[in-house]
Structure formats: C-alpha cells, structure tokens
Ligand binder design. Structure first.
Ligand code: PLP
Ligand code: COI
Length: 339
C-alpha cells in the first residue's frame, strides 16, 4: 500500500482493498460475499437505473489514540436505511446483516483507517440498489446491498473554518410529501444544479427552504441546519429533511451542556437573530457558517465576525469529535468498539 498523507485527504472516493456484498433473491438475503472489485455487474433493466430504486447511508469509523477502532451510532444508520427501503419499496436489510457486513468490511480494510488526531476517518458507504429487471414501473424482485469504504478528510475544504452558504428559492430538493425524509439518490440528483450554481457563485453549499411555502429553513446541502440563540440550540422541524444522526447527537450534547433545545419550524427572518449558525452531518461534522446570502433578495446574514467559529459550535464540535475518537467519555454509549 502506498503511503497516505492522512492529514491532507479530501472527501472523495478512495480505492481500498475490499468491499462486501449481499444479494436478495427469491425473497431472502444470501451469504455475505467479499469482493476486491470496484465494479458491479448489473442488468440493463435494473430498477435502480431506470426508476431510481436505490438508497445509501454514510457513517464514520475512527482510530483512537488508544489504538481502538470505533464506529459511531451505527444502529441509527441501519434503521434509517430500512426506512429508506420502506419508502421506495425495496427489500430491507435486517439490522443484524447490516452489522455483520459493517464489521467485516471495517476489519478487512483496517489499514485504511486514518491515524488519530488528523481530522480524517474511514467513511463507510452502505448502498442498496434494485438490481432486478423491470420495464413497467414496479419494484424489483432482486436487490444488491454493498458496503464500500474509503478514508476521507473534511467534507468542506474549510474543515472547521466557517463557510458561506446561499439560500435558494428557485429549486426544491424534494416535494412536501415526497422523499426528503429518506436517503434516496433522487433527492441528491435534484440538488446538483442549485448546489453547483452556488459553488460557481462562491458558496460552499445551498440552504434549501421548505418546498411548500419557501419561508422556513430546511437543510444546508448534505447536512442539517442549526442555530444558536443565547443558551438555546434551535434546529428545523420539517417533514422534508433527513433526520440527521449528527444533529440528534448534538441536541443531546447541548442538553448535557445545560442548553435548551428547540426542534421547530425556523422562519427565514429568524436568521437575523442567531448568534451562531452551522451545518451538521456525518460528512460535514459541524461546519460553522459565516455568511448566508439570499440569492433572490440579496439579503446578507453574517456570523463569526472574528472569522472563527462561535464558542458554542466549537464546544459542540470538540465534544462530538472527542467522543468519536475516544478522548471523551462516551456516556451515552454511542460508539461500538470494533477491536
Ligand atoms: N441531510 C442530508 C441531505 C444528508 O445527506 C445528510 C448526510 O447524511 C445529513 C443531513 C446528515 O445526516 P447524518 O448526520 O445522519 O449524517
Ligand atoms: C453523509 O454525511 O454521510 C452524507 O451522506 C452526505 C453526503 C456526502 C451525501
């Protein structure tokens, strides 16, 4: 294996030694297979190709200074994948199968788990696709569940340094009663055009509003949104956002810090009242936001006046990272130690 500069990894695809696969056929899941190929052989009429029958997850594995390998809250991802499958009529992988495949793929790729303290981790990408052939619009009879992995650095190149985001009103990533609450590929396809435009216009990502009234904050690209007002952690409640496991964890940590937590609709005008705002997710961890620009009205909201993340976002970030890397006591039992 070539020498990897763990501290300089981008968030991107990285070839590792093995992935694991399991096929669903004749109404049941088969044996777990280990593969060193980066390719899958797939039917030309597979439902994932034509009708978007596919979903995925994203999780991180950390190597601690104590040498232990930890995976963060994996059961939440396993259950969310089941909800995604349910939403678009795919076979749901049992939690036990998810766990067995996850442990296997981590152990097989142990030499790609980054060294501690460099802001890198091993990213796990569970992927489930409709592999059976259909030409009529119907769910497939066969499915393929794959987990591949790769070492990654921060999602936004700024890492924990504040980013700029753009409010878009002329695109929605999902419909009010659509698939926004589950992790299916179509939501991401719908977000590509506004996200790329935002990048060209100098922003790290977009801030989507609710798709019914275009008034309330939904999500910050591939991450949830939160704002800090005094001693309160506020995050949007909406049926069209992904239930972020990171956000869920930050709410618990905020409560541990004796903060008030509110999950409720957040009107766009409230942006002017926050002391700190950020985007949170597995890939993004916490990305503090320094500027939000409403593309339609040109209105600008500014935070982090000294160029740095605010004190509460910093404390939440350090606590979350500390738990994930085994530096801070895991009192909620969020980590599973692989070995
Ligand atoms: N929202 C979207 C659209 C995402 O893709 C993600 C990433 O998974 C998140 C939020 C954050 O969720 P989590 O913290 O579970 O990774
Ligand atoms: C994650 O945070 O794991 C994501 O899936 C976000 C993005 C890379 C799709």
């Amino acid at each position: 294996m070539e020498k990897i500069d763990w501290g300089k990894l981008p968030f991107g695809y990285f070839k590792t030694d093995y992935n694991v696969r399991c096929y669903y056929k004749d109404g049941k899941w088969g044996e777990i297979e280990v593969s060193s190929s980066e390719y899958i052989n797939i039917h030309i009429a597979a439902t994932c190709l034509h009708y978007g029958q596919e979903c995925f997850e994203g999780m991180k594995v950390f190597r601690g200074k104590d040498g232990k390998i930890r995976v963060f809250r994996w059961e939440k991802n396993a259950k969310r994948m089941q909800r995604s499958c349910h939403g678009i009529m795919m076979a749901e992988p049992p939690v036990e199968l998810f766990k067995e495949m996850m442990i296997k793929v981590i152990k097989l790729n142990k030499n790609h788990i980054p060294l501690p303290g460099l802001g890198a981790s091993l990213y796990l990408r569970p992927l489930l696709i409709g592999s059976g052939a259909q030409v009529g619009i119907k769910p497939a009879n066969e499915y393929l569940f794959v987990i591949f992995v790769g070492p990654v650095g921060p999602y936004f190149k700024e890492g924990f340094n504040p980013v700029d985001v753009q409010i878009v009103k002329d695109y929605d990533r999902t419909a009010p009663q659509g698939t926004g609450h589950i992790k299916v590929g179509g939501n991401y396809a719908a977000s590509l055009r506004p996200a790329e435009r935002a990048k060209q216009e100098g922003f790290s990502t977009v801030l989507f509003l609710d798709s019914k009234e275009n008034k309330y904050i939904d999500e910050a690209g591939p991450a949830n949104f939160f704002g800090i007002k005094g001693n309160t952690y506020i995050t949007p409640d909406s049926s069209t956002i992904l239930l972020s496991i990171t956000n869920m964890s930050l709410r618990t940590l905020a409560e541990d810090m004796n903060m008030k937590v509110e999950k409720r609709p957040v009107h766009i005008d409230e942006l002017a009242e926050f002391d700190e705002v950020g985007a949170c997710g597995t890939a993004a961890v916490i990305s503090p936001i320094k500027k939000i620009v409403d593309r339609e009205t040109g209105k600008v909201y500014e935070y982090c006046k000294d160029g740095k993340a605010g004190p509460i976002s910093t404390k939440l970030y350090n606590t979350l990272k500390g738990i994930q890397e085994g530096e801070i006591e895991d009192k909620h039992g969020w980590n599973m130690i692989i070995e």
